[in-house]
Design a protein around this ligand. Structure first.
Ligand code: ACM
Length: 542
């Protein structure tokens, strides 16, 4: 894993930072996620007004970001130059010399007279910059000038690269709408933790959140519900707040979000739910459902809703039209079509669906769903994209190109990987960040479950049942922030952090280097950064 690329200057004071834990005074390098290899040496590099950033054309976009990151707190903007001359410099370099690093990997060397960040491509430079930010005092994250801080970076030599290529978080914008500005802040915080994938859950029973030009009622009607359940759905009788809730992203909003994330080397994966979780869409276009003469409204309660798309040719063409606009907006190689919790009662009762099952020679409703997903898979494949679905898409036979997101435990992921399909591991018991993170009586209302930070940290995305060959199908892991009980962006941050920092380390760091005590030591410093960034993280247990 270790690629000796930078000249190794081992001075006598150098400390090999194995588990990076110098417990009493806190860790010397509080970097999250933990780099693969970090070697501290004595001394510091000091950034001041005379420091320059050296970048060539290829690395210039990342150099501008470094400038932007440092300027607000430092109160001065580092000059960008092509050659340092005699000036003390932070040099960014994309070069063949770094080709030994994995994609997204970087090498960072800090010496008293200069800093060098090298990578084979821009994402690596960007991740190196995130590490550099974490080597500076936490005040560097402030968005206004900070007086009286010496901007010191400890001398260190780091080589780093991710363990997994899918390091994701899911934000559910359907149950509670997340304003664009809050999403952009969320993306910034993801970038700090070297996440590279944001799944936007855009449609569900309770709301449709993306403008589709061809079908304007999806947002005119589907983006608004009359009211919302108060308290937990298990608590009867149900009570409602009597307040209209909703909102949606225009296509321009989506373009802005996607561009903002791409600038930070984060891919946005859209999730358009089908055939279940479809009530908001059916409310807007009743002909998509199994009971077109029964008017519906976007759902005001939480849980699994029986309303489901009716798999007619017209409905399939409709959703393919939707996906066509979605593909124009999202360059993501992966398009998520949901596929989970599709209750089949309406299919069982529908003469139209029963006739379809017979006509297609299918055995039952599970095969009907599988046939439907295969239509979408073929459509997306024809357009050069890959279908992703929750593990229910295994039932009735998996579509040839599909990627499986394993949420009901690891079983779906194991089955899919063994049959040669790529998988993203997202099991409830480790990665559902909408579950409780502490004792229920002391936490705000959540959907249920019990996923404290040590549970997240202890997760290994490679199931023990997989051979090395099969394990190559595990693209990575993702944390879920379903928002039934996450009513606003502050609460989204509370549920995400610090557990997402633990998941970031699971997704990025080498398994052998993971150590919960070391992580918690670093986290105690790391939360100071989150505080300065005004991220509403859950305070650490003492
Ligand atoms: C899911 O949590 N229904 C994927």
């Amino acid at each position: 894993m270790f690629h000796p690329i930078l000249p190794v200057i081992l001075v006598s004071t150098s400390i090999i930072v194995g588990q990076v834990g110098l417990a009493a005074q806190g860790p010397a390098l509080a970097v999250i996620p933990q780099p693969i290899q970090a070697e501290l040496s004595g001394g510091v590099f000091v950034i001041d007004e005379n420091t320059v950033i050296v970048a060539d054309t290829a690395s210039m976009p990342e150099a501008c970001k470094l400038q932007d990151y440092l300027a607000p707190a430092m109160g001065f903007r580092l000059k960008l130059v092509e050659n340092a001359g005699s000036q003390r410099a932070i040099t960014l370099r994309i070069a063949d010399a770094f080709a030994g690093l994995a994609d997204e990997g970087y090498a960072l060397s800090v010496a008293p007279d200069g800093i060098l960040i090298g990578a084979k491509a821009r994402p690596g430079l960007f991740h190196g910059i995130q590490t550099l930010r974490q080597l500076l005092p936490p005040a560097v994250f402030r968005l206004a000038r900070v007086e009286g801080v010496r901007w010191e970076v400890p001398c260190v030599r780091i080589e780093d690269q991710p363990r997994f290529k899918w390091r994701g978080l899911l934000v559910d914008t359907a149950r509670h709408f997340v304003p664009k500005s809050s999403l952009l802040k969320f993306i910034d915080t993801m970038a700090l933790h070297k996440f590279n994938s944001l799944q936007l859950h855009l449609t569900d029973d309770q709301g449709w959140r993306i403008e589709i030009k061809k079908y304007p009622k999806l947002t005119e009607i589907g983006a608004w519900r009359d009211e919302t359940l108060v308290g937990h759905a298990r608590t009867k009788p149900w009570q409602f707040d009597g307040r209209r809730h909703g909102g949606f992203y225009t296509q321009n909003d989506i373009r802005e979000i996607v561009r903002y994330a791409a600038d930070r080397h984060i891919n946005v994966v859209p999730e358009i739910e089908m055939p279940g979780h479809a009530r908001a869409a059916i409310s807007a276009y009743p002909r998509l459902g199994c009971n077109p003469d029964t008017p519906l409204k976007p759902w005001a309660v939480w849980g699994v809703c029986p309303d489901i798309f009716c798999p007619t040719d017209e409905m399939i063409a409709f959703m393919q039209d939707v996906l066509t606009e979605v593909m124009e907006l999202f360059p993501s190689p992966f398009i998520h079509i949901g596929g989970d919790e599709a209750v089949k009662d309406q299919w069982k009762a529908s003469p139209v669906v029963q006739a379809r099952i017979k006509e297609l020679g299918l055995k039952d409703e599970a095969e009907m769903q599988s046939w439907f997903v295969k239509q979408m898979d073929a459509f997306l494949t024809r357009h050069g994209r890959r279908l992703v679905g929750w593990d229910e898409i295994l039932e009735g036979g998996l579509a040839p190109g599909a990627v499986v997101m394993s949420w009901r435990g690891e079983k779906g992921g194991i089955t899919a990987a063994k049959s040669g399909h790529d998988v993203v591991m997202a099991p409830t018991s480790y990665t559902y960040l909408d579950y409780y993170q502490g004792p229920k009586e002391r936490e705000p209302l959540a959907i249920g479950g019990d996923v404290p930070i040590e549970k997240v940290y202890g997760y290994d995305p490679i199931p023990a049942e997989l051979s090395a060959d099969e394990a190559r199908h595990v693209l990575g892991t993702q944390g879920q922030l379903w928002s039934e009980y996450i009513p606003n962006p502050r609460h989204l941050e509370y549920m995400a952090y610090p557990r997402a920092a633990a998941l970031a380390e699971v997704a990025w760091s080498a398994k052998e280097r993971r150590d919960f005590d070391s992580f918690m030591n670093r986290l105690r410093q790391h939360v100071q950064r989150l505080q300065v960034m005004d991220v509403n993280f859950r305070p650490l247990d003492k």
